[in-house]
Write a new protein. Structure first.
Length: 123
């Protein structure tokens, strides 16, 4: 079954493969494989956008690292990281839950801190 957005929430809707509720499929294997391929292509496009956005985020982290390096500021900013994670959890409306999104962003923040540290010349 595929998720459907409704007023910012996610719920399960009928699968496009099911007929009128009697449990039979309206797609044959070939049609189903084409649909899977189409969806996978869409996922690939989304992944490309995510990669570009993560690299843009890393460029901003590098800029911040350079500024912190000049000013002698610490790289690790626990309050800022806490604020970022809170914001991510607050804006997450599914289908990934807030905890899953938090874990993803903890890793993103960790990698961002790494490039920030290199930009500040603090290995």
């Amino acid at each position: 079954m595929r998720p459907v957005a409704e007023k910012g929430r996610w719920h399960r809707n009928r699968s496009p493969l099911l007929g009128d509720g009697k449990g039979f499929f309206v797609m044959d294997r070939t049609d189903a494989q084409r649909e899977i391929d189409r969806i996978r292509d869409a996922i690939d496009r989304v992944d490309e956008v995510i990669v570009r956005l993560l690299n843009q985020r890393a460029k901003y982290a590098i800029e911040i690292g350079e500024i912190k390096g000049v000013l002698g500021l610490p790289i690790y900013a626990p309050e800022r990281e806490k604020d970022v994670l809170h914001h991510v959890e607050k804006t997450c409306d599914g289908p990934l839950d807030a905890g899953s999104m938090r874990r993803l962003f903890e890793r993103i923040i960790d990698e961002s801190r790494s490039v920030e540290r290199k930009a500040a010349n603090r290995d």
